[in-house]
Design a protein around this ligand. Structure first.
Ligand SMILES: Nc1ncnc2c1ncn2[C@@H]1O[C@H](COP(=O)(O)OP(=O)(O)OP(=O)(O)O)[C@@H](O)[C@H]1O
Length: 252
């Protein structure tokens, strides 16, 4: 579960997020979408405790971020859009490191399975510095999955992945949600997240234009195609005329 209430983030004088509120039910696969500079990365980096909110309240995986940030970090995995790996560790050593840092037991079979599914087995003894962009991305995703987190925050996870890897990513995200994890995916690839996600948070200029079930967004704003792309263009295009108030959708 992810609950965000009246979240404000300023960088100096600049307001990047201006009072965002939304609640993502546990077990959802939610899309966080919005134009460049909307505040998606800022929101995700705040949710996992890397950035401090200027104001507002966040509950992530059953814990209040302001009260128990360590618990939130234990229960949450974050994969940034350009994952920083350890150049001098191999692929296998990254998984070992995560297992030891988070005191995982019986992780080796899971690690082998993840390496196989993301076609990294042949690279398991390769240093991170010698991996391609997409391979680095897959190592970071495998490390996140290995921990079996309650909440997964994935910022542009499809960047650099080839079509088979995108398919694997989608399958594995669905599996994470089936085991109860809440997944928040930020992406500009609307057609790819369209059939993956069941919940939508759409933001623009730091304001939430819509939050609620994706089906509801499709019905109300998807036009004849009912696609997420149509929802995106209608909401981001009409927001000024309609006003944010009219577009806000409650989560109940
Ligand atoms: N460290 C920073 N200092 C000042 N302004 C920042 C900083 N980080 C982000 N911003 C600004 O905050 C706004 C939101 O940025 P953010 O990276 O959250 O957007 P985004 O929705 O992830 O964008 P994109 O889709 O382009 O990745 C932008 O206007 C950006 O320039």
């Amino acid at each position: 579960m992810i609950e965000v209430e009246a979240f404000v983030k300023r960088y100096g004088e600049f307001v990047a997020v201006a009072g965002a509120s939304f609640a993502i039910p546990a077990g959802s696969v939610a899309a966080l979408v919005g134009p460049n500079g909307a505040g998606k990365t800022t929101t995700i980096r705040t949710l996992c405790g890397i950035l401090r909110p200027t104001a507002g309240r966040m509950r992530v995986a059953g814990a209040d971020l302001a009260v128990d940030p360590i618990l939130v970090k234990q229960r949450t995995a974050y994969v940034p859009d350009d994952p920083p790996l350890f150049d001098t560790l191999t692929v296998q050593e990254h998984l070992q490191f995560i297992a030891s840092a988070y005191r995982l037991t019986d992780w080796q079979d899971d690690a082998d399975e993840l390496l196989g599914r993301f076609t990294l087995d042949e690279k398991k003894n390769t240093l991170a510095s010698e991996l391609s962009r997409g391979m680095r991305q897959k190592v970071a995703i495998a490390c996140a999955y290995l921990r079996r987190p309650d909440v997964l925050l994935l910022d542009e996870p499809m960047t650099g992945l080839d079509p088979p890897s995108i398919r694997t990513l989608k399958e594995t995200i669905r599996e994470q949600s089936q085991r109860g994890a809440t997944v928040l995916v930020s992406s500009h690839l609307l057609s790819l997240v369209d059939d993956l996600c069941d919940f939508l948070v759409l933001i623009r200029q730091g304001k939430v234009l819509f939050s609620g079930p994706l089906g509801e967004a499709r019905e109300r704003f998807g036009g004849a195609s009912g696609s997420l792309e149509e929802v995106f263009f209608r909401l981001t295009g009409q927001a000024e005329e309609l006003g944010d108030q009219d577009l806000a959708v409650s989560d109940d």
